[in-house]
Design a protein around this ligand. Structure first.
Ligand code: NAP
Length: 282
């Protein structure tokens, strides 16, 4: 059984990215990231701190706007507008959740699609899913980067994706199709999940329920990409029960240390892509 550790994947991508950033820095160009945080959500605050630190240490310029929990929608929109118009900012990351008086969809759709580095806007969803460019969200990109790094074959293989969210399940299914996999997309109304899983050469689990998939549900030798991040008795675990999965599967991503370790790097890559799209591809 191979453990598909995310760090090796992230390190390989970071090495390429840091060369590209060094070339830009030699020309005096620093790519700016705007992180938008509204309110007191602890997980969002922790993620903002982590993202700020990671992006700065990779050589990006970072601006964090932390608005209070009673900020009006107009105040939040004003920050996005300022960043949309600021040429030094190449990526804007609005963190969720937003307080009830702020409609997250309005904030997302106000983003300049060229700076929407987590592929949240309808324009980027349309562009990416129709193969016309645009940004894919970072978590599906992380899943694909892991599969590519560990040379897991996809063409002609049967992949079962569990979960159909707009940020993970649906886009990863489309990315897998692009790689010529035969994709089955399962969700909470799927009646025969186990039957599908038993046929899967590759499983991508993006459910958000601890240990909903166990080793006995898997096909021997399958590759398992576990996107889930769940708390189970104070411990962070995936959607897949790791201990039983490793008895059956050929390769499994650990949680933590798998997909989550690659996601941030994909976000940073998308900032570079935003620079490239604005300055090189035009
Ligand atoms: P989400 O929006 O809640 O979507 C969950 C999906 O799972 C839905 O499509 C739902 O079906 C399906 N589902 C729920 N219960 C199911 C069941 N018993 N059997 C089959 N399908 C079931 O969640 P998400 O945002 O996609 O996130 C999924 C997980 O990934 C969470 O644990 C999240 O924390 C984690 N995550 C990790 C990263 C990372 O970087 N590693 C990034 C993002 C998210 P319906 O559509 O029918 O409701």
């Amino acid at each position: 059984m191979i453990e598909l550790r995310g760090k090796a994947v992230a390190d390989a991508h970071k090495a390429v990215l840091s060369e590209r950033l060094a070339e830009l820095q030699a020309k005096g160009i620093v790519l700016g990231l705007g992180i938008l945080l509204v309110g007191d959500d602890k997980a969002a605050q922790m993620y903002a701190c982590f993202m700020e630190k990671t992006a700065k240490s990779a050589g990006f310029g970072v601006e964090v706007a932390h608005l209070s929990a009673d900020a009006s929608q107009a105040e939040v929109l004003a920050v996005v507008k300022r960043w949309n118009e600021d040429d030094r900012i190449y990526g804007v990351l609005p963190l969720m959740p937003m307080p009830p008086q702020v409609d997250p969809d309005v904030i997302i759709e106000s983003l300049d699609p060229g700076k929407d580095i987590d592929g949240l806007t309808a324009r980027n969803i349309g562009l990416a899913s129709s193969g016309k460019g645009g940004f894919w969200p970072c978590t599906p990109l992380a899943c694909m980067a892991i599969l590519e790094h560990y040379k897991i074959p996809l063409a002609g293989k049967h992949v079962v994706v569990v979960g159909r969210s707009q940020v993970v399940g649906k886009p990863v299914a489309l990315l897998l199709l692009e790689q010529h996999a035969t994709v089955t997309l399962c969700h909470s109304k799927t009646t025969n999940l186990e039957e599908h899983l038993k046929q899967a050469d590759v499983v991508v689990a993006a459910v958000g329920r601890a240990h909903v998939i166990t080793g006995d549900m898997l096909k021997p030798g399958a590759t398992v990409i576990d996107v889930g991040i769940n708390d189970l008795d104070g411990k962070t675990v995936g959607d897949v029960e790791y201990a039983s999965a490793i008895e059956v599967a050929g390769a499994v991503t650990p949680v933590p240390g798998g997909v989550g370790s690659v996601t941030t790097t994909m976000l940073l890559e998308n900032i570079y892509e935003a620079y490239h799209a604005r300055n090189v591809n035009r």
